[in-house]
Ligand binder design. Structure first.
Ligand code: GLY
Length: 326
């Protein structure tokens, strides 16, 4: 284990040093075996399956990766049984369901919303921020007002079930936000379409019973999501604070730019999370990545992270590799 970690660390540092001071250099990934672009959609956790059902139907018919990831994650936002995204998502410790989301396309356009309440599809508001404003991120009331101007309906996202769970938490919790490895199930989706274009989307209700006003990694471009059409795309799930601290998804993409495979790049980012956070036994983080050829990778700190992958060869769930061996 130690030897492998050292090897990854040394090889990535060596390559990085070699590239410093060479602006404009054409970087050709070295560890990608397959040069043919293949459509793919990959997304986090079990709820990636219904997401991919929709997204794959779009890219398989020649639609755009951007539509695939947006429409895919919208299904999860509308599912009242999901406790970590959109409708039915766990509220903050004051009982407010506050949502974070972002989206990024093949032209480096991006948009996000954070701390948004009472709107069922934050991902579509994020897309409107990207397409209809000169800004990247709108938060709170400003994001809500913008969404209403754009025709999004006001909706109470606290379901009877999520209200009951919250009331139980209140009676037992002593009002503390809890960070653990179970309650983070962001949906992140990455797609490569038949035209060879990449896009990604990320949406969540965030850490259950978080402090009012807390924003995680999911609406932050470079943390919860990053896309560079010349290289690849990455997204994150898990404890947002740990992901933000290392600019996680941007780090994954930058390692792919330096020639790492998506799998290697995800491992390197997880090892960075581990090296920069003290309470690593108590938190889960997972990364997903695809490169511009449709190769993919996934890696997490702990066992239990899975993801849905749809391409021409396979359509279903896979378990991620992980750092900590039992
Ligand atoms: N990764 C989601 C969050 O921490 O809010």
């Amino acid at each position: 284990m130690k030897k492998r970690r050292e090897f990854i660390k040394q090889s990535s540092v060596g390559l990085g040093m070699a590239l410093i001071g060479m602006p404009g250099i054409k970087l050709e990934p070295t560890s990608i075996s397959e040069k043919t672009k293949k459509p793919i959609i990959i997304s986090t956790w079990n709820h990636g399956l219904p997401c991919n059902d929709i997204g794959w139907a779009i890219i398989n018919k020649g639609g755009s990766a951007l539509d695939a990831v947006e429409k895919g994650v919208m299904v999860v936002e509308s599912d009242p049984t999901g406790t970590s995204v959109g409708l039915g998502g766990a509220p903050d410790r004051d009982g407010h369901v506050t949502l974070d989301a972002c989206i990024m396309d093949d032209k480096h356009n991006c948009g996000g919303v954070a701390f948004l309440e009472n709107i069922e599809h934050p991902i579509s508001v994020a897309r409107k921020v990207m397409e209809d404003t000169p800004h990247v991120l709108l938060v709170g009331e400003g994001a809500y007002e913008f969404a209403r101007e754009k025709g999004f309906e006001h909706k109470n996202l606290l379901t009877e079930e999520s209200k009951k769970r919250y009331e139980k938490w209140l009676s037992e919790s002593q009002y503390k936000p809890i960070i653990n490895i179970e309650n983070h199930d962001t949906i992140g989706a990455l797609a490569l379409d038949k035209d060879g274009n990449l896009s990604g989307a990320c949406t969540t209700s965030g850490l259950a019973y978080k402090m009012h006003g807390r924003v995680g990694d999911s609406p932050i471009i470079g943390a919860g999501l990053f896309v560079d059409n010349e290289v690849g795309a990455a997204c994150a799930t898990g404890v947002g604070e740990a992901v933000i601290r290392i600019a996680g998804s941007a780090l994954v993409v930058e390692h792919m730019r330096m020639g790492k495979s998506p799998q290697e790049a995800c491992q390197i980012a997880i090892e960075r999370v581990i090296s920069k956070n003290k309470n690593i036994k108590d938190i889960q983080v997972g990364f997903l990545a695809i490169d511009k050829y449709g190769n993919y990778g996934a890696y997490s700190i702990h066992e239990g992270f899975n993801f849905a992958i749809y391409n021409d060869d396979f359509q279903g769930l896979k378990d991620s590799e992980y750092f900590f061996l039992k």
